[in-house]
Design a protein around this ligand. Structure first.
Ligand code: KIV
Ligand code: ZN
Length: 498
C-alpha cells in the first residue's frame, strides 16, 4: 500500500507508560488522549487491557473520550488477551487489536521454547481471532530487528493472508543501524508477495540513539505507519520521538511525505506528557527541549536577529513556542537586549538603553539567565499580578528538630487574610495554610519540582495538579526559591477556579 501519507501511531499511553514512575490514572490518560487528538495523531495505542483492570478501564475511557483517532489495544498472541482487548474496544469509533509474537531466535527458542512453524501457526491464529473482534488488526513481530529476514518475510506473508491490516516490524531492543533497518523494510517490500494488502509500521527503540534515524530509514524504504511517543518516552532508552519524526518529515519537503499532525500543538502536548508523567524533558532534546531554540552567544543572537534562518531550521512558532529564542546572558550584546525590551513594549533611547545594559551586565554576572521579570525590574516596572488570589507574604519555619509551620498572607477578593498551619514539611504547611483561607475542597494530586538551570542560582520550576469538583487544574510557578515557586504554583492552580 504505497501513498505518501505516513500514519502517526502514538504509543505514549502504552509503551511510554511502561516507563517506571510514568504511570497515569484514567483521568490523566483521557487528558493526554484528548490532546493527542488535537495534535492530529491517526492512532492512539491506549493500553494493554489484559494486563490490569486499570489498563482495561483506560482503553474503555479513551475510546469514549476521543472521536477521530483509531483506538488500539495491545495483546499477546493469546486468545484471552484478544477477547479482553475486543471488549475494551467496544466503545471505540474505530478499534484496532495489536497482537503479535516474537520472531527472533532469542524469542522463538529461549523465551517461547518453540520453533519457527509453531510461531507462524500461533501468529496466524491470533490474527484470525482478532479479526473477528475489532475493526482492524495489526500484527507485531517482536524483536524483528534481530529476526532473520527470510523467516520474517514468511511470517508477514502468513499474517497478511490471515487478514492483518498493518504489519509492525519492531526493533524491540534498539539494535539496528539505519541502513540495516531500512534494508529490512525494503526486503519485506520486495519479498512478501501480498505486502500491498497491508501497511508496514516501524516501531524503533532508542538503545543506540538510532530510533528516529531508523524510523525514517523505514519510511524511505516503504513503511507508512510510524509508532512513536511524545518526548521519546518508552521502555529503557525510550521509543522514537513523535516530534522528531514529524518535524524531520516537515523540514524535508524533498522527501515528499505527508503527516496529519498540527505541529503547533507539539510543545503543548510535550509539556502535558512531561508534567503528568513526572518525566522532565532533557534541556537539549530536539524540538521540545528548553534549549532547542535558545540562542545564547552574542554572535548567534546577532545572526538570528538579522535573519532567523541563519541559525534555525524550524521556526519555533511552528511547533507552538511563543517565547523569545534569545536567552539573555552575560554574553549577550545590546542588540539582543534592545530587541527583547522592544518585544516587552519598551523602546528606550540610547542613553537609557546604555544605563539598563550596564545594570543588565551586573545582574547577568550573578545570575546566568535573565528573564522578562528581571528586565521589567531593570527598566523600573514591576509586572502587576492580575489574580483573584495574590500572595502578599509568607514565612516558613522548618529544621531538624521542629515541626514545620508556615504563615501565609493572601489578598483574596481584595481582603488581606493571614493563616498559620503546620505540616509534614514546609510545602505541606504552606499549602495547608492556604487551604484554610480558600473555601473550596481541593485535593493535591501531584507536585513536581524541576531545576531549570544548574548551579547556585537554580530556578526551581514547580508544577502542581489539584482536583476540585471532579476536574483537574494545573498550576505552575518558577523562582530561585523552590518554596516560593511552590506557593505560586499552588495559587496558580487555585486561581483557575477560585
Ligand atoms: O518494542 C516492541 O516490540 C513492542 C511491541 C509490543 C510492539 O513494544
Ligand atoms: Zn516497544
Amino acid at each position: 500500500m504505497s501513498s505518501n501519507k505516513v500514519h502517526i501511531f502514538d504509543t505514549t499511553l502504552r509503551d511510554g507508560e511502561q516507563v517506571p514512575g510514568c504511570q497515569l490514572n484514567t483521568i490523566e490518560k483521557i487528558e493526554v488522549a484528548k490532546q493527542l487528538e488535537k495534535l492530529g495523531v491517526d492512532i492512539i495505542e491506549a493500553g494493554f487491557p489484559i494486563s490490569s483492570p486499570g489498563d482495561f478501564n483506560s482503553v474503555v475511557a479513551v475510546s469514549k473520550a476521543v472521536t477521530y483517532p483509531t483506538i488500539c489495544a495491545l495483546t499477546r498472541a493469546v486468545k484471552k488477551d484478544i477477547e479482553v482487548a475486543g471488549d475494551a474496544l467496544k466503545y471505540a469509533k474505530r478499534g484496532r487489536i495489536h497482537t503479535g509474537i516474537g520472531t527472533s531466535p532469542y524469542h522463538i527458542y529461549q523465551k517461547l521454547n518453540s520453533n519457527p512453524d509453531e510461531i507462524i501457526e500461533r501468529a496466524v491464529a491470533a490474527v484470525k481471532y482478532a479479526k473477528e473482534r475489532a475493526d482492524e488488526v495489526e500484527f507485531y513481530a517482536e524483536d524483528a530487528g534481530r529476526s532473520e529476514n527470510e523467516f520474517l518475510a514468511r511470517v508477514i506473508e502468513a499474517v497478511v493472508a490471515a487478514g492483518a491490516d498493518v504489519v509492525n516490524i519492531p526493533d524491540t531492543t534498539g539494535y539496528c543501524l539505519p541502513h540495516e533497518y531500512g534494508s529490512k523494510i525494503a526486503y519485506l517490500v520486495n519479498n512478501v508477495p501480498n505486502i500491498d494488502k497491508a501497511i508496514i509500521a516501524t516501531h524503533c527503540h532508542n538503545d543506540l540513539g538510532m530510533a528516529t534515524a531508523n524510523t525514517l530509514a523505514g519510511v524511505v524504504n516503504g513503511a507508512r505507519q510510524v509508532e512513536v511517543t511524545l518526548n521519546g518516552l518508552g521502555e529503557r532508552a525510550g521509543n522514537t520521538a513523535l516530534e522528531e519524526v514529524v518535524m524531520a518529515i516537515k523540514c524535508h519537503q524533498d522527501l515528499d511525505f505527508e503527516v496529519g499532525i498540527n505541529p503547533k500543538e507539539i510543545i503543548k502536548t510535550s509539556k502535558l506528557v512531561s508534567t503528568l508523567m513526572r518525566m522532565p524533558v532533557q534541556a537539549n532534546k530536539a524540538i521540545v527541549g528548553r534549549n532547542a531554540f535558545a540562542h545564547s552567544s552574542g554572535i548567534h543572537q546577532d545572526g538570528v536577529l538579522k535573519n532567523r534562518e541563519t541559525y534555525e531550521i524550524i521556526d519555533p512558532a511552528d511547533v507552538g513556542i511563543e517565547e523569545s529564542s534569545i536567552v539573555l546572558t552575560a554574553r549577550s550584546g545590546r542588540a539582543a537586549l534592545k530587541h527583547r525590551l522592544h518585544v516587552l513594549g519598551y523602546d528606550l533611547d540610547q542613553e537609557k538603553l546604555d544605563q539598563v545594559y550596564k545594570n543588565f551586565l551586573v545582574l547577568a554576572d550573578s545570575k546566568k539567565d535573565i528573564g522578562d521579570d528581571d528586565l521589567e525590574v531593570l527598566v523600573g516596572h514591576e509586572k502587576k499580578e492580575e489574580r483573584v488570589i495574590k500572595l502578599e507574604n509568607f514565612q516558613v519555619i522548618c529544621g531538624k528538630s521542629c515541626i514545620p509551620s508556615a504563615t501565609v498572607t493572601l489578598i483574596y477578593n481584595g481582603k488581606t487574610i493571614t493563616e498559620t498551619a503546620t505540616g509534614d514539611g514546609p510545602v505541606d504547611a504552606s499549602f495547608t495554610a492556604i487551604k484554610k483561607m480558600i473555601p473550596f475542597d481541593v485535593v493535591l494530586e501531584e507536585y513536581l519540582v524541576q531545576a531549570v538551570t544548574r548551579g547556585s542560582d537554580d530556578i526551581g520550576k514547580v508544577h502542581v495538579q489539584l482536583s476540585h469538583d471532579g476536574r483537574t487544574y494545573h498550576g505552575f510557578g518558577a523562582n530561585v526559591d523552590t518554596l516560593t515557586a511552590s506557593v505560586w504554583a499552588y495559587l496558580d492552580a487555585l486561581s483557575k477556579f477560585a
